[in-house]
Design a protein around this ligand. Structure first.
Ligand SMILES: *[C@@H]1O[C@H](CO)[C@@H](O)[C@H](O)[C@H]1NC(C)=O
Ligand SMILES: *[C@@H]1O[C@H](CO)[C@@H](O)[C@H](O)[C@H]1NC(C)=O
Ligand SMILES: *[C@@H]1O[C@H](CO)[C@@H](O)[C@H](O)[C@H]1NC(C)=O
Ligand SMILES: *[C@@H]1O[C@H](CO)[C@@H](O)[C@H](O)[C@H]1NC(C)=O
Ligand SMILES: *[C@@H]1O[C@H](CO)[C@@H](O)[C@H](O)[C@H]1NC(C)=O
Ligand SMILES: *[C@@H]1O[C@H](CO)[C@@H](O)[C@H](O)[C@H]1NC(C)=O
Length: 890
């Protein structure tokens, strides 16, 4: 809750914090960290072990060798007992007389997971019931001269949730339990805890317990700063900015002082008289920015830079400087535009950043590990950099996980990744008992105050899919009882969460749910008849049985906030958590890791629509080929769907369209298992993520067929207008040297638009290329300007399913690895004697990333680079490298 994560690093920020978050007459606040080695025991005392804080019980048990890797094979089932037991964390510490003599001493927990009684020297100082809250307890009078004993008694979250369910006897609050296939625990909606920790359709059940954030003592005489937030607001009438600064202060007594705010770079400075306390108070100040100054704006990735300014905050009492700190300020505006569209029923739904309509490109974020203490900064950096490098500009922090750590949002600020931030409620009805509402209120207040200074967050959203669950009756609620649930829904998300957010943060929009019809849902009493209506708001859409190559199956929505297909991670990711007998698609292990009903079969059914399924007689080869084919299927399906959304940005067809967002489900994985992710647990990119680099490119050619006519759209997210033509090359499956090309006329492609640039019956196209039929040829295409310069990636269009392709040979691909002259990076040069689709390079467990992968080889040779994330060598890479293409698996 301090400014640590936020300290400005600009050269222009010359002021360092004199006393980091100190505001007192003469003395500093004293802080004593209680992080480190605690001891941990279970309820009957059979287990005693050291435990790291921050941390959780599972991690401690593993570190001390009491359990294996919880992710290994079936260990999620074997270790179910851990969350059914109660656990106690204990630490003994001494404090200086100086600290004890302060007027106020607080025991602060930044995160307790979840239900606990806290005892200091045998006295209960407080209770907790919400993982998402910071708790502090006044403990001055309880501290001893010598040893102090601090105990945190944690109650089994599974038992607690079930007890709360029993106590709620008037009506059920569904779902009672997750589907059997998830092998999870029940009633997670009764506990304010990461909802996916009781299992999800992509993750295991590890209901964690522990102290998952910092623990410390804070002592002061007069007052202390709890939180600083700064939110820039733009007045379009005056064309001027102002910064709303809030100081949240805990004060022993009423204290007067003066606060000076300044941004020297913008020639702006103002001084205010301020009165703090007594108790916890919020003081607001407004710094007006000199209108003549040219304010540099924060832009989403791909639309500009992410500059910031240092806001200096100084506090003085009787002319003595007692506070000096600084806060990063990024200037940007965000509007969610919902207004009538000519030629279409319904309302638009798009984001305008700094006045510019922006197409949101990206994915959905889930917790990066079941055990949050394992989410190291490097893990976050790698995942978020991977998002930015795939040309994403947005991520939705999904409502069944956690409000992420500060670093997550700071990185998004720096990378230009817009965050759609859900509140942590997902796929369920929730109780509205007084104590539940009260703890949620505190959670929401704290999280909004903690996060609202981040420009990356562009929207708050109340929950994941709960409007849809209620509207489309996921839980078989009798019609007569529906009003009870509607009332609870409005109470929780509208009367409480929305009201608090609107009070605390006027700088960004709030949506009650996702998917939702937005303004239309509000009109319909907050729960629309059909929250999936493509004429309003956002949609989530999944179909595993319909042919994903057929764009007609996708809703032409205003905003696609969830859609996707599953795939398996690669063998090198599965290997450390499995043994030989697991390495088959039909093994118990393969079924066990699949948490989505019928998921393994669905992947093969979808793949079989267009590809021959692997049938090697070598069982291990067949298994790894099957993993590969699921990734090919997923990459091609999500590509097709995303390209459909991107090309729909400018048009209205039968009243639908003006799509302005494509966030596929899901970016990352929580463990090594099949899921909708594009990045495997551990950070390895699936084929889909390599494809995303292209299908999210700023300028993109999209090709598809409508009634046997080939259409190519030019999609541009640029600000500038271009003149482009489509260049199509027709290749023969049988022979890479047989090709003919066709170019369209130059056409204007306005910035921020999708336009038809080529329209040609397939028959005419093939007729122009003598030897070709649908079965013998395929197309690649790109966009180029009048000078012949290519804009955006080269794309492909298959005229038949590759399984029907005539002349497709098993290629002989040879690869040569060389170290680049600069060192640390390697090049892989491939030679192929025939056309090879979906060429996949895999270097096993050598972590790193290729520049391109899963590509179509229509030329005889190509070179890609590999950047390793640890030292490696040409020898190791050559040994590890395998090359697979479509024709190799059958
Ligand atoms: C103590 O609890 C552990 C873990 O729940 C259990 O395995 C063990 O049987 C218990 N011991 C006794 C003596 O009850
Ligand atoms: C955990 O604590 C609860 C509440 O005190 C108690 O009912 C339950 O029996 C305890 N569980 C175990 C395994 O001791
Ligand atoms: C605004 O900027 C101008 C030019 O730099 C300066 O003369 C003026 O004093 C500034 N006004 C304020 C209120 O800072
Ligand atoms: C798979 O699981 C079933 C049911 O648990 C068990 O009977 C069978 O022996 C297991 N098969 C293998 C190969 O482990
Ligand atoms: C594959 O290509 C390489 C290099 O061009 C060649 O040496 C080798 O004999 C070929 N293998 C087969 C099976 O054709
Ligand atoms: C694998 O499938 C292909 C295509 O159907 C077929 O030609 C081939 O004979 C099969 N191989 C085996 C080993 O069954």
């Amino acid at each position: 809750m301090s400014l640590r994560g936020d300290v400005c690093v600009l050269v222009s920020c010359v002021l360092l914090s004199l006393f980091s978050d100190v505001l007192s007459l003469t003395e500093q606040k004293l802080t004593g960290s209680l992080n480190g080695k605690w001891s941990l025991s279970n309820s009957n005392g059979s287990l005693w072990l050291p435990a790291q804080v921050p941390g959780c019980v599972h991690t401690a048990l593993q570190q001390q060798g009491f359990i294996q890797d919880p992710y290994f094979r079936f260990n999620d089932l074997s270790y179910r007992w851990i969350a059914l037991d109660n656990w106690t964390y204990t630490t003994t510490f001494t404090v200086s007389t100086q600290l004890r003599s302060k007027q106020k001493v607080l025991l602060v927990f930044d995160g307790v997971d979840t239900v606990a009684s806290i005892l200091l020297n045998g006295v209960v100082v407080g209770e907790t019931d919400n993982m998402f809250r910071r708790y502090d307890f006044s403990v001055g009078e309880l501290l001893n001269d010598g040893d102090n004993v601090l105990k945190v008694d944690l109650l089994s979250p599974v038992v607690y949730a079930s007890e709360r369910r029993k106590a709620h006897s008037a009506y059920r609050v569904p779902p009672e339990c997750p589907p059997d296939v998830q092998k999870g625990e029940c009633h997670v909606n009764f506990i304010r805890k990461e909802q996916s920790s009781f299992s999800w359709d992509w993750g295991p059940s590890f209901p964690t317990m522990g102290l998952w954030r910092d623990v410390r003592l804070e002592a002061f005489n007069v007052l202390q700063l709890l939180q600083v937030s700064s939110v820039p607001l733009y007045n379009s009438g005056l064309s001027s900015w102002r910064i709303q600064l809030e100081l949240h202060v805990d004060s022993v007594q009423t204290t007067n002082g003066r606060i000076t705010l300044s941004i020297p770079e913008l020639d702006s400075e103002e001084t205010f008289d301020a009165q703090f306390g007594p108790g916890k108070t919020k003081n607001g100040f407004t710094l007006h920015i000199n209108t003549s100054a040219d304010v540099k704006l924060w832009w989403p990735n791909g639309h500009g830079d992410q500059p910031f300014y240092c806001l200096s905050i100084r506090g003085s009492q009787d002319g003595i400087l007692v506070l000096s700190t600084e806060s990063k300020v990024y200037f940007r505006t965000v509007e969610l535009v919902q207004e009538p569209i000519v030629g279409s029923p319904g309302l638009s739904f798009y984001f305008r950043i700094n006045g510019k309509p922006i197409f949101l490109k990206g994915s959905n974020w889930i917790p990066a590990h079941s055990f949050q203490d394992r989410v190291a900064p490097a893990v976050l950096r790698n995942l978020l950099q991977s998002a930015a490098d795939a040309n994403m500009n947005a991520l939705r922090v999904w409502g069944g996980g956690v409000y992420e750590q500060d670093l997550f949002y700071s990185l998004c600020d720096e990378l230009g990744i817009m965050v759609w931030q859900d509140f942590m409620f997902a796929c369920a009805m929730y109780p509205t008992a007084d104590d539940f509402i009260q703890t949620v209120r505190e959670e929401v207040i704290q999280q909004v105050r903690r996060l609202k200074s981040h420009p990356s967050i562009v929207i708050w959203s109340g929950n994941n899919e709960n409007e849809a669950a209620l509207a489309t009756d996921w839980f078989n609620i009798p019609v007569t009882q529906k009003p009870v649930y509607l009332k609870d829904y409005v109470t929780l998300y509208v009367d409480n969460i929305r009201a608090i957010v609107q009070q605390e943060d006027q700088s960004r929009p709030f949506l009650v749910s996702s998917p939702t019809n937005g303004a239309e849902s509000e009109q319909e009493g907050w729960v629309a008849g059909n929250p999936y209506d493509p004429h309003y708001g956002d949609t989530h859409f999944y179909s595993y049985v319909l042919d994903c190559w057929d764009w007609r199956t996708f809703p032409q929505t205003r905003f696609a906030s969830e859609y996707g297909f599953q795939s398996w991670p690669s063998f090198s990711t599965l290997q450390p958590v499995s043994v030989k007998e697991d390495w088959s698609y039909s093994s118990n292990f393969s079924s066990h890791r699949q948490h989505h009903e019928d998921g393994n079969r669905q992947m093969l059914l979808q793949a079989a629509l267009h590809f021959n399924l692997p049938n090697s007689t070598d069982p291990l080869r067949r298994f790894s080929d099957t993993l590969y084919i699921t990734q090919v299927m997923q990459a091609e399906c999500v590509k097709t769907q995303t390209e459909f959304y991107r090309r729909s940005r400018s048009e209205i067809v039968e009243g639908k369209g003006h799509t302005m967002g494509a966030l596929y489900w899901q970016l990352n994985d929580i463990w090594q298992a099949p899921s909708w992710s594009s990045i495997e647990f551990g950070g390895k990119w699936k084929m889909l993520h390599y494809f995303a680099q292209d299908f999210f490119a700023a300028v993109l050619p999209v090709g598809f067929e409508d009634a046997d006519t080939l259409l190519i759209y030019a999609v541009s997210d640029l600000s500038d207008d271009l003149q482009l033509r489509a260049a199509v090359t027709v290749y023969s499956w049988a022979d890479p040297d047989l090709a003919c090309t066709l170019k369209s006329d130059l056409l204007p492609v306005p910035g921020g638009s999708a336009v038809v640039i080529l329209k040609q019956p397939v028959a005419a196209l093939l007729a122009g290329c003598g030897h070709c039929t649908r079965l013998t040829c395929l197309l690649t295409f790109h966009l180029e300007d009048g000078g012949g310069e290519q804009h955006g990636p080269t794309n492909h269009h298959f005229l038949c399913s590759p399984k029907d392709a005539e002349g497709l040979q098993r290629p002989n691909i040879t690869a040569k690895v060389e170290e680049d002259e600069t060192g640390g990076s390697y090049s892989v040069t491939l030679h192929s004697d025939s056309v090879a689709p979906f060429v996949w390079l895999d270097v096993g467990n050598v972590p790193g990333r290729f520049t391109s992968n899963g590509f179509l080889m229509v030329t005889r040779s190509t070179t890609v680079s590999f950047t390793a994330w640890r030292p490696t060598s040409v020898a190791e890479l050559s040994r590890s490298l395998s090359v697979t293409s479509l024709r190799d698996v059958y």
